[in-house]
Design a protein around this ligand. Structure first.
Ligand code: HEC
Ligand code: HEC
Length: 431
């Protein structure tokens, strides 16, 4: 079923519930999506089951849009991933007034300090030289406006107009790249070539959102508690806060269900985030969560196929040469086979392709986040590019791969020797 067909179906199955938007309290949206609990009748109809037979029966369908992976589609997908706001300026500008905050008080130094990244390729050579010569004021918000005009701030999309002879930021939106891209620091710290799909561990989303004048003090306290590299994609839905590590968006081509709790296939989650978190203009429904948002025109659905193709084209980055001990990793492979491969199966490293989920206690995980989700359990995280994206586990509770191994050794009573543990760490570094 294509996205378009799904939307057609969904339109007929629509329940009489519009988004309960803008109730005066703001979260990563004023958009308090409280569909199932306030004023919405639960939907009787569910989309027809067209998902592959091995995915969980409750998995939402229709989001797994068909797509080609031609060069044109991948180029479109890259453009969407990097630059598409899906019309979310309706929130970030009109409601959160972030354009005013940036224009008034966010210098490049401030932006870099909350983890925002700058795309060196978007900076013309003369400007780059001026930065190198110390001739650009990195403590002036006007410089940030210039960078936005150049489309050089990763994950932010600004519209800059001349007002009274001065460059003025009039619209601001966010893109997928905000949380799922970083740069290689080749120009200087925080400025370099884009690395799409690499999570940005420095990005302090909460601190950024907390700058909005529309945030209440209570919300501000929650946002500022998250810290860098984390985000809670349900805070504005259920008011709870158990922030998640920003995960990589690479190495997912063979992975059937996305997210730490395997809510659904990649386009399901892309639509969820685009509509409920980025506040893009489009549709998202999931009766399991009591969410049913319809906005016309749909600026999200038609882009999901190319977006998915692009994400699926992003390989997990190989470990840098010399970053692990090859012989120890070979020995560690055997330890892994004994203690880990029951759940981390095959090339993807996850048994969730066969539909399996694990209760939090099975791996000694904190269950607070899972309790807020459709399946109430965790997906075995596919193991890819592990060297690249500490910390580990959904809540970042293991700072290093050594901590991961110690955790398993303890909670699963593995009785590994120090040598086995060290070898296993080397193997994980090789993935
Ligand atoms: C504000 C930060 C933020 C933005 C913006 C964002 N994401 Fe995410 N993304 C997250 C977090 C946090 C998770 C973890 C959610 C989970 O797994 O439960 C996630 C999960 C994912 C995953 C699943 C990874 C996996 O291992 O299964 C993919 C893929 C993804 N995002 C792609 C996107 C795309 C595409 C967009 C744009 C439409 C986007 N994200 C926008 C924060 C963000
Ligand atoms: C019973 C099934 C099971 C076994 C056995 C298991 N894992 Fe896991 N693994 C999981 C689940 C479920 C998660 C997700 C936990 C979370 O984030 O809450 C996970 C997450 C991880 C992660 C985090 C990946 C990331 O990107 O954050 C690593 C690393 C990992 N496991 C390594 C191992 C190693 C090493 C072993 C063997 C010592 C092992 N696992 C054994 C189920 C298992």
């Amino acid at each position: 079923m294509t996205a378009r067909e799904w939307q057609g179906h969904a339109a007929t199955a629509r329940r009489r519930c519009t988004l309960r938007a803008l109730r005066g309290s703001l979260t990563l949206g004023t958009l308090m999506v409280v569909g199932g609990t306030v004023g919405c009748r639960p939907r009787q109809e569910v989309p027809p089951a067209t998902s592959p037979p091995t995915s969980p029966a409750t998995s939402p369908t229709g989001f797994d849009v068909s797509s080609d992976s031609s060069p044109q589609t991948l180029a479109d997908g890259q453009q969407i991933f990097r630059f598409e706001t899906f019309g979310d300026e309706q929130f970030w500008t009109d409601t959160a007034r972030m354009h005013e905050v940036v224009q008034k008080s966010v210098s490049p130094t401030t932006a870099l300090s909350v983890g925002l990244k700058v795309d060196a390729e978007a900076i013309p050579p003369d400007v780059a030289q001026a930065i190198k010569n110390g001739q650009v004021d990195l403590n002036s918000p006007a410089t940030t406006v210039t960078l936005l005009k150049l489309n050089a701030v990763v994950g932010l999309k600004g519209t800059v107009n001349t007002v009274n002879g001065k460059d003025t930021l009039v619209r601001l939106g966010i893109t997928c790249a905000l949380c799922h891209s970083t740069v290689d620091n080749s120009f200087s710290k925080g400025i370099g070539q884009r690395k799409d799909g690499w999570p940005n561990p420095d990005l302090n989303v909460g601190a950024i959102v907390a700058l909005s004048p529309a945030v209440t003090p209570a919300q501000k306290a929650v946002y500022t508690s998250w810290g860098p590299g984390k985000y809670d994609p349900r805070f504005n839905i259920d008011g709870k806060s158990t922030p998640l590590v920003l995960p990589p968006a690479y190495g997912l081509a063979q992975v059937r269900n996305e997210t730490f709790t395997a809510e659904g296939p990649i386009s399901y989650w892309n639509a969820y985030v685009a509509v409920t978190q980025m506040h893009g203009h489009g549709n998202f429904s999931d009766p399991r969560l009591g969410i049913d948002i319809r906005q016309s025109p749909d600026m999200v659905g038609p882009k999901l196929a190319a977006l998915r193709a692009y994400q699926h084209s992003l390989p997990a980055p190989r470990p840098p040469a010399g970053s692990f001990d090859v012989a120890a990793a070979e020995r560690g492979r055997a330890v892994f086979g004994q203690s880990c491969a029951r759940c981390h199966v095959g090339a993807t490293g996850t048994d969730n392709n066969a539909g399996t989920l694990h209760p939090p206690a099975e791996t000694g995980m904190d269950g607070a986040y899972a309790a807020r989700t459709a399946g109430k359990a965790y997906r075995t995280t596919p193991l890819r590019g592990l060297w690249q994206h500490p910390p580990y586990f959904h809540d970042g509770s293991a700072a290093t791969l050594e901590a991961v191994v110690d955790h398993y050794n303890r909670v699963r009573n593995l009785n590994l020797t120090p040598e086995q543990k060290a070898d296993l760490v080397q193997f994980l570094k090789s993935l």
